[in-house]
Design a protein around this ligand. Structure first.
Ligand SMILES: Nc1ncnc2c1ncn2[C@@H]1O[C@H](COP(=O)(O)OP(=O)(O)OP(=O)(O)O)[C@@H](O)[C@H]1O
Length: 323
């Protein structure tokens, strides 16, 4: 067998099924593999099963059936072994606000059994990597949102885990802090050679950071690939049309007339918003507008969204990520 750090897959998830007591099936045959050393993105609408997956992989929950392995080790039969190999940064901060950044890191290291110079050197190293050296001895109460997220991630990797779980790492940050954190995460993956599984609601974030992404819906992977592959495969644009008013009573007529148009692949209507997945937006747009007018429906605005992860997400889940 190859030594752990040479394993092809850092995470193997095979046919996981998990139902909760209220008989909700959170995972329904979830399967994916994550290559060692990459950043992997898990995307999915609310309730798709992302948190349940992360909980099983981090040994906080058990599946009803199926198998999950971290570096070849089964998560259900050997949870103690798994815990020293992984780091987890959840949305809820683990920072102690009475203490400084350095004290937080020292305490976290001690929880992992680190002591003496080994711990001190690692704390110095992390403060440098995360650009927190100048603020290291200040109370974390004085930190900005971006600094707190960086400290959270630094605490998550104090023990040099081989796998890091990042749950919505930049939620709540302003665009500038988010962009800084993206650079930090990307550098981290390269410098610390850590495999990262991240969940996110920001498609731009996954697009920029993840080498591979799985879109999950209703407990299953619906599509997987690099963001580029997924966008290329889409071969189309989305036309977003806002109507003057809600025409729920005419949904069937709108669908029927638009689906007849050559080049229209999918139609979705929600309240006043109409979204079409089409092959060539510029040539088809005039016919679409004409069809809508022929139903005596007035249009407020039209927007063409070029191939993007948003469009891929919409195609495979029929939903917008922000919803
Ligand atoms: N402890 C629980 N008890 C009962 N049902 C649960 C529990 N945790 C999750 N669920 C249900 O399981 C399904 C999957 O939930 P999960 O939290 O894994 O989804 P998610 O993709 O992480 O969603 P979100 O993006 O909203 O966090 C949902 O229908 C949810 O309501």
């Amino acid at each position: 067998m190859l030594p752990n750090d040479e394993k092809k897959y850092a995470i193997e998830v095979n046919n996981l099924v998990k139902s909760y007591k209220n008989s909700i099936k959170a995972l329904d045959g979830l399967t994916f593999n994550i290559r060692t050393g990459i950043i992997y993105g898990l995307l999915g609408p609310n309730g798709a099963g992302k948190s349940t997956t992360v909980k099983i992989l981090t040994t906080l929950s058990r599946p009803d059936s199926g198998e999950a392995k971290i570096l070849g080790i089964d998560v259900t039969s050997q949870p103690d072994k798994i815990r020293s190999l992984i780091g987890c940064v959840s949305q809820k901060s683990g920072i102690c606000f009475d203490s400084t950044g350095r004290e937080n890191l020292m305490l976290q290291g001690q929880l992992y059994g680190m002591r003496g110079n080994n711990l001190k050197n690692r704390v110095d190293e992390l403060l440098k990597i995360f650009n927190l050296e100048e603020s290291a001895n200040r109370s974390t109460l004085t930190y900005s949102g971006g600094m707190l997220r960086k400290l959270d991630i630094a605490m998550g990797i104090i023990h040099k885990p081989q796998i890091l779980f990042l749950d919505e790492p930049t939620t709540g940050l302003d665009p500038e802090a988010r962009s800084t954190l993206w650079t930090t995460i990307s550098n981290l993956s390269k410098k610390e050679k850590v495999t990262i599984l991240m969940t996110s609601h920001y498609l731009e974030e996954i697009d920029r950071l993840a080498e591979c992404v799985a879109i999950i819906d209703q407990g299953k992977v619906v599509i997987e690939g690099s963001p580029r592959e997924l966008k290329e495969e889409l071969e189309g644009d989305i036309i977003k049309i806002e109507l003057q008013k809600d025409h729920s009573d005419k949904i069937l007529d709108i669908e029927a007339i638009l689906e007849k148009q050559k080049g229209v692949k999918e139609v979705m209507i929600k309240n006043k918003e109409l979204k079409l997945l089409v092959s060539h937006s510029s040539s088809i747009l005039p016919y679409i507008l004409q069809s809508i007018h022929s139903l005596s429906i007035d249009i407020m605005s039209v927007e063409i969204i070029p191939p993007s992860l948003d469009a891929v997400y919409f195609k495979y889940t029929g939903k917008n990520i922000e919803n």
